[in-house]
Design a protein around this ligand. Sequence first.
Ligand code: PLP
Length: 406
Amino acid sequence: MDRYLDFFSHLTDGVGSARDFLEIGRVAGRFPSATARVDDGSELTPISVWCSNDYLGMGQHPAVLAAATRAIAEHGSGSGGSRNIGGTNHYHVLLEAELAELHDKEDALLFSTGYSANDGSLSVIAGRIPDCLVFSDALNHASIIDGLRHSRAEKVIFRHNDVAHLAELLAAADPRRPKLIVAESVYSMNGDVAPLADIADLADEHSAMTYLDEVHAVGVYGPQGAGIAARMGVADRFTVVMGTLAKGFGATGGYLAGPAAVVRAVRMFARSFIFTTAMPPAVAAAALAAVRHLRVSEVERDRLARNAARLHALLDERGIPYLSNESHIVSVRVDDDELCKRASDLLLRRHGLYVQAINAPSVRPGEEILRIAPNAVHTEQEVDDLARALGDIWLELGLRTGRDAA
Ligand code: PLP
């Protein structure tokens, strides 16, 4: 036994500190306020969270909490089974109908997480089309990569957001082969946005099916929160859209929306859908309330957009470099493992501001970032305080500014 334990203890040598998790307690009703166990963890320290994917604060919205509480009272805590065997509740059915309507697709299918939605959907779609050739963006998420691996389909990678490269690869492929193009709309680490109209044009030109991951965009962009493709007016040009309920919608779970025949095939064959317990009714009810709210309210989207624009402008004033200003994800470049951790640490300990340092393997070594997620529930004052704190830390640690680079 010792030799196995010895093996595993050495396996994580050198990566342990980067993977320490900060324990936080988000305060419902007062988020982005939270408490954290800093240092030895014996005391709770008040903090403000700047790295949450609950981008619109829907995880504490009164209508969402009321829906979840009601569903718990009605149906208890768990779902009791897989969707196929006793686990399908009325809220699942309502939520699938709502999501299909949101994306103007024929049908939708819920999964327990966005990860399993990509894994299951892609394994079926790419795996069941005979001889499918897949074109996948180089920065596509791990769940997309895993879904494509499970499909066993042949895969070609195009350079990130590079339509010229995608065009080249498509032109070089056998024109008779069925093709699938897989992209995200907002990239989770860079915060940049894909050229969706160009991708759709190429798909038309080469008769390819398209799969769009809108995880970081649903609820957050577009009419009724339908996402970036809807905002650009090209949603109908993507065969299927995949989303999460865990970010803009503030709950948990993932989904696929698309033509009824595709959704039916995924429902029949996706192992990550079939062989797992359905999401709890209260989670489906909470997500349903969030989706319904965000289909009619612009308040949260407007606030988030204002806060992101304000933060971008304040960083520009200080010359603090970030990767993209195309979305609400503000990835500040540190490009050094140790300094990134120290900057994050100083923000937390000195200023009570929680921004997670993103180090390898989430990004390539030497491309470390502070991934800042402004939230609809941050105030202008809080945005200003964060920018000031970052400015102080940049000076103290002698971090590179845009001005240095120029
Ligand atoms: N797709 C992308 C682009 C993501 O960034 C993530 C998670 O961060 C997922 C899918 C998985 O979604 P979930 O967190 O709901 O499992």
